[in-house]
Write a protein that binds this ligand. Structure first.
Ligand code: SAJ
Length: 432
């Protein structure tokens, strides 16, 4: 059944595309607008621009394109006469200052504002720092459109909760939050999103929504930092952090996360900084920035473990062929944003260490695993791709150098005892 509201989605990426397709599936007329011409061409040819495994997304795209109610364009004129405008553009932070970088968001607002019609509902899905809705979004839209907030247009923040590899699943299974400038806007977003996504939507104010979204990722980052520090403590004591974690989590209300080679991705490395960016003149936050530093330390800890292992073998680092397994930030994904391996590569470069990278999901590193492991003196496992978990240690032993091959295990992919029995020098994060 054709729905009255006409939808526009600004930014057809890993957030905008799935939500656009779900609105189409529910019978809405949807136009997707993106500045990336190649991406638009690819989508209109029926190819999903989001790489990696995204169950159901390719099929849904083809079904949507077959309908007359969906098109993707680079032409801002297509924003005209839309009843709902969803903004889903990236909101990174400055690498040096960790301050929010809003050029994409501001550009999007400046483009849509003049094309907003009276009565339009604007929904910001991007993750933004607290106070951005009031101090950036509302002001920019009023200034560039000449319309008045609440009187002439409705505005709300409905932060995305998607994850690469599970975009459609998350959208249709995870409850959402909407922070609206008035109850009418909140009710409308709740009605639309509950109908289209089939999830529950809680209504609150924009500031609370901004704090909740950036806070839920800061929470996870702090949890991971705790696990990483526990790993360092276990290394100091000579204990196995994985056994500690398993037994500790048997205590009610404990959920120690997994220590590892670092924290990457499009969310966690930046959302903590978004959360505290507006508060730092008011209070000195300690725990959240420290958690970020602990997690950002882990790639260099991988280098420390390598140096310790080489010292044990008496080998000089220049003698060993060093193979880094995994460049993407997470397992079985091709997403390399804020990859911990990129940090490790910088550190190795600063120490004039030669190395080879293998990653089945990254074009330039998609080299034969068997070939790259041949004659390797040390492997540094950074990403727990299924392909690496399937490596048999006995075969690995035959491939690597004969004497004292080294395994630096950043994601607990290999069995330490078995590795040591086979003659490997094994050093895992939290289990050396
Ligand atoms: N990581 C650890 N230890 C852990 C969990 C993750 O070291 O226990 C590392 C991963 O290797 C990766 C990074 O942290 O490098 C981020 O992993 P992630 O599982 O948090 O995956 P993301 O970045 O896709 O986070 C998303 C977030 N979703 C949204 O922002 C909507 C986050 O809120 C989710 O909690 C997370 O997915 C999830 O639950 O998987």
């Amino acid at each position: 059944m054709k729905k009255a509201f006409k939808i526009a989605v600004c930014g057809i990426g890993y957030v905008g595309l799935p939500v656009a397709l779900l609105f189409v599936k529910k019978g809405y007329d949807v136009v997707g607008v993106d500045v990336d011409e190649d991406r638009v061409k690819k989508i209109n040819r029926g190819f999903c621009p989001i790489k990696g495994r995204e169950p159901g997304l390719g099929v849904l795209l083809k079904e949507s394109l077959a309908k007359k109610s969906f098109r993707v364009t680079t032409n801002p004129e297509d924003y005209r006469d839309r009843d709902v405008m969803i903004v889903a553009v990236q909101t990174p932070v400055e690498s040096k200052t960790n301050e929010p970088k809003y050029e994409h968001l501001k550009k999007a607002l400046e483009v849509i504002a003049p094309l907003m019609k009276k009565g339009v509902l604007v929904v910001i899905e991007s993750t933004i720092a607290p106070t951005t809705m009031e101090k950036v979004v509302a002001i920019t839209l009023e200034k560039e459109s000449g319309l008045h907030l609440n009187r002439d247009f409705m505005l709300a923040n409905c932060p995305e909760r998607v994850m690469p590899g599970r975009l459609l699943y998350n959208l249709t299974h995870y409850d959402r939050l909407v922070g609206a400038f008035n109850f009418k806007a909140g009710k409308l977003v709740k009605k639309l999103y509950e109908e289209v996504l089939g999830v529950r939507v809680d209504i609150t104010d924009p500031l609370t929504a901004e704090i909740v979204k950036s806070g839920e990722n800061a929470y996870r980052d702090v949890q991971i930092a705790f696990a990483n520090e526990m790993a360092l403590i276990c290394e100091a004591y000579g204990a196995d952090v994985w056994q500690v974690r398993e037994l500790l989590n048997k205590c009610p209300y404990r959920q120690m996360h997994s220590p590892g080679a670092g924290v990457g991705g499009h969310c966690l490395p930046k959302d903590s900084w978004l959360l505290i960016s507006g508060a730092k003149d008011l209070i000195e936050t300690k725990l959240i920035p420290l958690a970020r530093r602990i997690n950002d330390f882990m790639p260099s800890h991988m280098f420390d473990l390598l140096k310790n292992a080489l010292a044990e073998t008496g080998k000089d680092i220049s003698e060993a062929k060093i193979v880094i397994l995994g460049y993407t930030y997470d397992a079985n994904s091709d997403d390399t944003r804020n990859s911990p391996t990129a940090s490790l590569v910088n550190i190795l470069g600063q120490n004039n260490v030669e190395f080879v990278i293998q990653d089945p999901y990254v074009k330039e590193y998609k080299i034969s695993l068997k070939k790259v492991l041949k004659g390797a003196g040390a492997i540094i496992l950074m990403t727990s791709h299924d392909q690496y978990k399937k490596i048999k240690l006995k075969q690995l032993k035959l491939l690597m150098v004969k004497s004292k091959p080294i395994i630096i295990d950043g994601r607990n992919c290999f069995d330490k005892i078995q590795a040591q029995k086979l003659g490997f020098i094994y050093k895992g994060v939290g289990n050396i």
